[in-house]
Design a protein around this ligand. Structure first.
Ligand code: NAD
Ligand code: TYD
Length: 350
């Protein structure tokens, strides 16, 4: 039985990854280390509470002493690192939290793994989950490939780029067996409603304006979150030591086109007259330094590990909207902080 540490597993992508791994590998024990910040929600994995091969641990990756004792106790053979501050707008308002968690927290984890594994790297792996935003901003043409030079432009992407560099430095300097992936924008159930799609769905439900930044011409490449989780699992098991893999949805949309599409799906599923939600779109002041376009070339992952996204945006959007409509209690609780208070108390008492 392998003990695998997943960080940030109470967040959006981490919860999908953990659900996949716990169900797919009953012979592995998955430890979910998460600080339960505003974005983390143990409720996301309520269905695994009884699973024999799953353990939740509340803890902070910025606490090195705690990490060392955790590695000592559980003898992890693998780490899949997702814990991060993840929202660009928050990074503009409060960059220091991003440096502390994303940079210092990542280096803490690297050191904890290195110290625990003590140069015996046989069967060990440190997987760092990163973003395509480290590559900067594209114009109308071209795609990010694994060799694209780094050009981060927001405090969030600068902190992720920095952490990527540290992970690779620990590989080159100390021989730590690592793998890195850089992924495009994810969407699907359990995403905190500060990101574009769940924020818009939540506002549509409440009849609030839909704030589109600038003129809505910025382009993102959208990936169904379960496709990302499947890619991470595949790369963790079969990716080559020291390598980087780009993960993308091959699904480029301008923000305005995507919001239009979302509005139409919401009207239909809410039984409202066609065109109602579109009327509430409001163009607001642009995000400072707003990257124009991200687009991933995921050919390497397709050719070397045979991965391709399975869910296209038409279907994924519908599934996402339906999930948020069916889980309005989740939305209310996560926006009000009710889950956070509940779990903070529960884990404090343990
Ligand atoms: P998220 O914000 O939903 O979840 C992050 C999780 O990390 C939360 O559960 C939070 O409680 C936890 N966390 C934060 N600080 C912590 C700390 N100091 N110690 C322990 N846990 C802490 O983020 P997400 O969207 O699921 O993203 C997960 C990872 O994937 C991040 O590293 C992000 O950079 C990367 N990524 C995200 C996307 C995307 O579209 N969401 C795309 C590419 C890469
Ligand atoms: P976001 O979900 O924050 O992801 P990222 O900035 O990491 O790509 O935003 C996606 C796009 O949507 C981005 O171009 C900014 C834009 N956006 C809006 O127009 N309005 C909003 O309210 C939000 C949150 C984002």
């Amino acid at each position: 039985m392998a003990n695998i540490l997943v960080t940030g597993g109470a967040g959006f992508i981490g919860s999908h990854l953990i659900r996949l791994m716990v169900n797919k590998y009953p012979g592995d024990h998955i430890f979910n280390l998460d600080a339960l910040t505003y974005a983390g929600n143990a409720e996301n994995l309520k269905d695994l509470e009884q699973a024999a091969n799953y353990t939740f641990i509340k803890g902070d990756i910025t606490d090195f002493t705690f990490l060392e004792s955790l590695f000592d106790k559980h003898q992890f053979s693998g780490v899949i690192h997702l814990a991060a501050e993840s929202h660009v707008d928050r990074s503009i308002a409060n960059p220091m939290a991003f440096i502390t968690t994303n940079v210092v927290g990542t280096v803490n984890l690297l050191n904890a793994a290195k110290n625990a594994w003590q140069d015996n790297y046989e069967g060990k792996r440190f997987y760092h989950v990163s973003t395509d935003e480290v590559y900067g901003s594209l114009g109308a043409e071209g795609y990010f490939v694994e060799e694209t030079p780094y050009d981060p432009r927001s405090p969030y992407s600068a902190s992720k780029a920095s952490s990527d560099h540290f992970v690779r430095a620990w590989h080159h300097t100390y021989g730590l067996p690592i793998v890195v992936s850089n992924c495009s924008n994810n969407y699907g159930p359990y995403q905190f409603p500060e990101k574009l799609l769940p924020l818009m769905i939540n506002n549509i439900r409440h009849g609030k304006p839909l704030p589109v930044y600038g003129d809505g011409s910025n382009v993102r490449d959208w990936l169904w979150v379960e496709d990302h989780a499947a890619a991470i699992d595949l790369i963790y098991r079969e990716g080559l030591n020291g390598e980087t893999y780009n993960i993308g949805g091959n699904n480029e949309w301008s923000n305005l086109d995507l919001v239009h599409k979302l509005c139409d799906v919401c009207d239909e599923l809410l039984g409202r007259p066609a065109g109602s939600a579109r009327k509430t779109i409001t163009f607001v002041t642009d995000r400072p330094g707003h990257d124009q376009r991200y687009a991933i070339d995921a050919t390497k992952l397709k050719n070397e590990l045979n991965w391709e996204p399975q869910v296209q945006v038409e279907e994924g959007l519908r599934r996402t909207v339906q999930w948020y409509l069916d889980n309005s209690e989740w939305l209310e609780n996560i926006t009000s902080g009710a889950y956070r208070d509940y779990y903070a108390k529960m884990y404090q008492e343990r």
